[in-house]
Write a protein that binds this ligand. Structure first.
Ligand code: ADP
Ligand code: MG
Length: 657
């Protein structure tokens, strides 16, 4: 017979504070393939310690261990996990079945970590071998102690181990169950499986042919009894090519499926706890997403309201200068642009002032604006500066402009302030004691709708210049380039022309401003960016708190499942299996928080719609940002707890109370 286990002078010492326990003192032992050995001795004599070392759950301090002829001292953690998975079957006194899990799924578990994939047929076959064909779907809490232990035996068999190690397998069982379990173990040995049973029960050891007795960390006797007359001869042990399996990297599909299942189950079994943990992430992500959807909505409506005509426009305005104040634009500037900007298709001086507008006993401070050429014709041809504005009533006619007629178009905001819900068209308003007939009401522009609107009155250019302001000096100038693409070039031409007109030396800054639509959009974006900083800071704090919550709950989860982690490791799970199982749990929590946060943020965006009248926009970028961000939080705050779980010592974890 081939020697399966060969240990020489194994020692193991435990240090508890300054107290030293020599659990094993130079133990030597050989076990041949196909033997059934019982290891007996009083409590504390070192039986479990020896068995853990035999099963690669623990390492000796000194001495040698040859397994199937191979030295094992220098094997790494991954390699030991692979050996536990493929060559060793464990049975524990307290069964260690997964809770709320069917007999079959318990038996399948070692296959998950074997790297060979799960095989239901094999699991059922093992359950049949231990006489549990009729309990396949029963959960661990629906089985008797003896049945639980037989499930554990089936589990130990499922990867075709070379050796079965049982630590007090009958310790928690009544006499009848004990006999069932012993019979199952003896049957397996009869089929050629090598078995070591740790027991302090003489009735159990009496059923094994070889009995090794231990005391105080040493072997005191090792006797082989003759088989009872008439007993069946032991089957020849199966002799397999015995190379030790390599450490496995990466995960098989069944491992990944298990990791997700365990993570989801953990979250689902603690619904309340999970919900509270998710809250921090939810609020943080919700805050960020609401801001992002609102600002995206702004951008979208700003751009959708903008026509190509808007993009063609270049605006010239005075610049506020310290000491000098506003240096006004002049008609000479206008002429200089005409002469120096060949790209200017149209140049429009605009008069713009603030003045008190009255109707009846209502007085409103409003903006008064006049665009040269702001006429009915141009409105009809969509060629003036307000080409997207809908007007109730009508615009001015060219004749009214020529005749300096006292007619006005006002915006909705002003109409509401002066006339409430009454119709404004055909009513009168007073501006600098001149009476005007309101001929049209212009719908508030996008900006007006967003910011509540500034009350505005538009009057014909000639009326404004000759009757109201007494000046044709433009307050600003609109220049239209042939295409949006020409706008930046037109802007350069205007700047050159104005600098020349104003005799600005090389080293002097412009004392005017020239803005393209593009630049205004950018300005808006920058403004939004600054506002975002505040919200992002708040969201960041919330996410930090949320992340710490995740870390906290993950630590609780790891502690609660310490024994389960020990079991998984004993069944062959690699450290990386445990690590990713807990990382997935943390990331899943964060992703749920992230998904709910997106919903919350979008909802808040719609709530804001009632105040700012801009529908929020939820882009793919925003969604991927939310999920990417949640994943990062899950990984960063889940990593430490997951690592703690992965690094747990299997024996300490199994013993954890
Ligand atoms: P048995 O299984 O024969 O009852 P063990 O192998 O469990 O005995 O323990 C042998 C001795 O080692 C005991 O005295 C026990 O207190 C000690 N021991 C076992 N494990 C540890 C540990 N993790 N830390 C400290 N002492 C330990
Ligand atoms: Mg023990």
């Amino acid at each position: 017979m081939e020697t399966l286990i060969d240990i020489r002078d194994l020692s193991k010492t435990y240090l508890t504070g300054s107290f030293k326990v020599e659990a094993l003192k130079k133990v030597s032992l050989k076990i041949k393939a196909g033997e059934l050995v019982s290891l007996v001795g009083p409590s504390g004599s070192g039986k479990s310690t020896l068995m853990h070392i035999l099963g690669f759950l623990d390492r000796p301090d000194s001495g040698e261990y040859y397994f199937a002829g191979h030295p094992t001292a220098s094997l790494g953690e991954g390699r030991l996990a692979a050996i536990r998975s493929r060559m060793v079957g464990f049975i524990f006194q307290s069964f260690h079945l997964l809770k709320r899990t069917s007999a079959k799924d318990n038996v399948l578990l070692p296959m998950v970590y074997s790297g060979l994939g799960t095989d239901s047929q094999k699991a059922l076959e093992c359950l049949r071998l231990v006489g549990l064909s009729d309990r396949v779907k029963h959960k661990s809490n629906e089985l008797s102690g003896g049945q639980c232990q037989r499930v554990a035996i089936a589990r130990a068999l499922v990867n075709d181990p070379l050796i079965l190690l049982a630590d007090e397998p009958t310790g928690n069982l009544d006499a009848k169950s004990r006999q069932e379990v012993m019979q199952a173990i003896k049957d397996l040995n009869g089929r050629g499986l090598t078995v070591v049973i740790v027991t302090h029960d003489e009735e159990v050891s009496a059923q094994t042919r070889r009995v090794v007795r231990m005391k105080d960390g040493g072997i005191v006797s090792d006797e082989v009894r003759e088989p009872a007359p008439g007993a069946a001869p032991a089957a020849a042990p199966e002799v397999r090519a015995m190379r030790l399996p390599e450490a496995r990297l990466g995960f098989t599909p069944s491992e990944i499926a298990e990791q997700f299942t365990v993570a989801f189950k953990a979250i689902w079994t603690h619904k309340m706890r999970s919900a509270l943990t998710i809250l921090g992430i939810l609020i943080g992500v919700g805050a960020i997403i609401s801001l992002m959807t609102i600002s995206e909505g702004f951008m979208k409506s700003l751009l959708s309201g903008a026509t190509e005509d808007d993009a063609r426009k270049v605006w010239v305005t005075p610049r506020w200068e310290r000491l000098k104040g506003r240096l006004p634009l002049t008609y000479a500037d206008l002429e200089a642009i005409k002469a120096g900007c060949p790209l200017a298709e149209k140049i429009t001086p605009i008069l713009s002032r603030n003045a008190k507008v009255s109707a009846g006993n209502k007085h409103v401070d409003a903006g008064i604006e006049s665009h040269e050429g702001f006429t009915f014709e141009e409105q009809k041809n969509k060629k003036n500066f307000f080409d997207n504005v809908n007007v109730t009533g009508r615009f001015f006619t060219p004749a009214e402009n020529l005749n300096r007629a006292r007619v006005a178009v006002i915006n909705q905001t002003l109409a509401k302030k002066l006339f409430g819900s009454e119709a404004a068209v055909n009513n009168e308003l007073r501006l600098q004691n001149i009476s005007f007939t309101i001929v049209g009401v212009a719908e508030d522009g996008q900006a007006g709708q967003i910011f509540g609107g500034r009350p505005m009155a538009y009057i014909p250019f000639n009326t404004a210049a000759k009757r109201v302001f007494g000046s044709i000096r433009p307050d600003y100038i609109g220049v239209t380039a042939p295409t949006p693409g020409d706008a930046p070039e037109a802007r350069k031409q205007i700047i050159l022309a104005l600098r020349k007109e104003r005799n600005l030396a090389e080293d002097k800054n412009d004392n005017f401003e020239v803005k393209t639509f593009e630049a205004q959009v950018k300005l808006f974006k920058d403004g939004m960016g600054k506002l975002s900083l505040v919200v992002y800071a708040i969201a960041g704090i919330s996410l930090l708190v949320g992340g710490i919550g995740i870390m906290n709950i993950m630590l609780v989860s790891v502690t609660e499942r310490t024994r389960e982690i020990g079991l998984r490791k004993a069944l062959g799970a690699k450290n990386s299996d445990i690590l990713s199982q807990f990382l997935i749990e943390a990331v899943t929590l964060c992703l749920i928080g992230g998904a709910l946060g997106v919903a919350l943020g979008f909802g808040l965006g719609w709530a804001a719609y009632f105040f700012i009248k801009v529908p929020p926009a939820l882009g793919l970028g925003t969604i991927s940002f939310a999920f990417g961000f949640s994943t990062i939080i899950g990984v960063s705050f889940g990593f430490w707890p997951a690592l703690r779980a992965a690094m747990l010592d299997p024996i300490e974890a199994l013993r954890y109370e």
